[in-house]
Structure formats: C-alpha cells, structure tokens
Design a protein around this ligand. Structure first.
Ligand code: ZN
Length: 136
C-alpha cells in the first residue's frame, strides 16, 4: 500500500533561518517552494535522494502548524508515505478501523493529493499519505 517515505515534515517558525540550516549547513537542495493556503502554510521541499524534507512555516498562528508550534515548538511534525491510489488507500485504512483527519483527499504541495491519518490511530505519529501529481 505504501510504496516509500515521500517526505518528513518539519515545523519551523520562519523559513529563512530554516533554509540556512537545511540548504546551507546541511547542503540539501531546494526542489520546490509553495504557499498551500488550504493548509495554512508556506512549504519548502528539499531533495534527499528520491525523498524530501518538507519545511512548514505557518501563515498565521491560527493554523494547524501555528497551533503545533505554540504547543510543542519547532521540530518533527509528520511522516508522509507515498501511494499510487489515495482513494483505495483511504478506503483500506478506513476498513482497518483507522481514524482519518481527512475522509477525502485534498490538494497538497506540487498538485499532489494528500490526506492525514489521526495520530491516535498511529501511535502518536501524525501521518500523511501522498499521491504525487505525476501518477494521477
Ligand atoms: Zn507533508
């Protein structure tokens, strides 16, 4: 069902200092930068081989990532698995009794389709499933 880790999401207060760290000190290459208004974030994808780190900065305090930062501070936010058929995956996860944050796929970064699984169903790890735009 899950073909590989798509990305690791990291919550940051500000993108520029985070980019100095990831793009500078850690020498990762920026692959994409986008405001995802629906999720209340500006996101940057950095290449790590075929996978990515996704830096997430909130557009305001009153967003999911803004509230996460207020509660827990910056750091690891979610793990994202890649799938080829997000609708079938959502159905299979629902049948397995997993609690979803998103019952339907929504638009994510770079035109992907995404859905989040509630951390209560995944042992405390906020989990995202991603169907990249290329395999629509
Ligand atoms: Zn993500």
């Amino acid at each position: 069902m899950f073909s590989r880790i798509d990305h690791i999401g990291v919550a940051v207060q500000e993108l520029e200092p985070a980019l100095e760290l990831y793009g500078g000190s850690m020498q990762l290459t920026v692959a994409h930068r986008e405001v995802v208004a629906e999720q209340g974030v500006e996101a940057v994808l950095l290449d790590v081989g075929e996978n990515h780190v996704e830096l997430l900065a909130p557009l305001s305090e009153d967003t999911p990532v803004g509230r996460f930062l207020a509660k827990q501070g910056p750091g690891l936010h979610h793990v994202a698995y890649q799938v080829t058929d997000i609708v079938a995956t959502l159905e299979a996860l629902g049948q397995a009794g997993m609690r979803m944050i998103d019952e339907q796929p929504r638009t994510g970064i770079r035109g992907s389709l995404v859905a989040f699984i509630h951390p209560r169903s995944t042992g405390g790890v906020l989990t995202e499933i991603v169907q990249p735009a290329e395999v629509h």
